[in-house]
Design a protein around this ligand. Structure first.
Ligand code: ADP
Length: 194
C-alpha cells in the first residue's frame, strides 16, 4: 500500500497522469476538484458552497475540504493506496492529512510535483476550457487568480513534505508518456525502499 500526493499548479497535468498511474498501479484516485465538481453538478449543499469559491478561483475553506476528503477516504476500500490529486493545497490540509492517516496506521510515501512554467500553464488551461467548457478554465483572469493562489498558499506545501524528505520534483514539460515515465521512476524507487 502506497499513498502518493500528486502535486503541481493548475494545468500541470495531474488529472492526465493520475489516470495513467491508476491504470498501471491500481491506486484509488481522490481528486478534490473532481469531487467538488460532482457536487456542484448535483447541486448538493457541499456543491453549492464550493461553487462560490471555485467560480472565483479561490480555495474552498480548509474545514470543509478536510472533512470531505476524510469522508471520501473512509468510504473507499483501497488495497493499493491513494493518489491524492489537488489535496493537500494548504499547510493545515497537509497537517490534517498526516494526522488522519496516522490514526489509520498509514502515511504519505511521497509527494511528486509536476513543474511547468506559468505561460505554459495558462496556454494549457485555456485550451482545456475551450474543450471542456469548465467555467474556471475559460476566463484568463480566473486562471491567473488560481495560479496566484497556488503561488501564495499552495507552493509552500512542497516545503512541508521536503522537511520529511518526501518531496520529488518532476519536469512537467514533454510528452504525456515521457512525463509518466519520470513519475513511475519516482514511484518505483519509493516502492523498492518499502
Ligand atoms: P486545478 O488544479 O486545475 O485548478 P482542480 O480541479 O484541482 O483544478 O480544482 C478546482 C477548484 O476546486 C480549485 O480552484 C478550488 O476552488 C477547489 N479545490 C480543489 N481542491 C481543493 C483543496 N484541496 N482545497 C481547497 N479548494 C480546493
Amino acid at each position: 500500500m502506497l499513498n502518493i500526493v500528486l502535486f503541481g499548479p493548475p494545468g500541470a497535468g495531474k488529472g492526465t497522469q493520475s489516470e495513467k498511474l491508476i491504470a498501471k498501479y491500481g491506486f484509488t484516485h481522490l481528486s478534490t476538484g473532481d469531487i467538488f465538481r460532482y457536487n456542484t453538478k448535483n447541486k448538493t449543499e457541499l456543491g453549492q458552497l464550493a461553487q462560490s469559491y471555485m467560480d472565483k478561483g479561490e480555495l474552498v475553506p480548509d474545514e470543509v475540504t478536510i472533512a470531505m476528503l476524510e469522508s471520501e477516504v473512509e468510504k473507499s476500500n483501497t488495497s493499493k493506496g491513494f493518489i491524492f490529486d489537488g489535496f493537500p493545497r494548504t499547510i493545515p490540509q497537509a497537517e490534517a492529512l498526516d494526522k488522519f492517516l496516522a490514526g489509520r496506521g498509514q502515511s504519505i510515501a511521497v509527494m511528486t510535483a509536476l513543474e511547468v512554467p506559468e505561460p505554459e500553464l495558462i496556454k494549457r488551461l485555456l485550451l482545456r476550457g475551450a474543450d471542456s467548457g469548465r467555467a474556471d478554465d475559460t476566463d484568463e483572469s480566473i486562471i491567473k487568480n488560481r495560479i496566484q493562489v497556488y503561488n501564495d498558499q499552495t507552493a509552500v506545501v512542497a516545503n512541508y513534505y521536503s522537511a520529511q524528505n518526501k518531496f520529488r520534483a518532476i519536469n512537467g514539460i514533454g510528452s504525456i508518456d515521457e512525463i509518466f515515465d519520470r513519475l513511475c521512476a519516482v514511484i518505483d524507487a519509493v516502492e523498492e525502499t518499502k
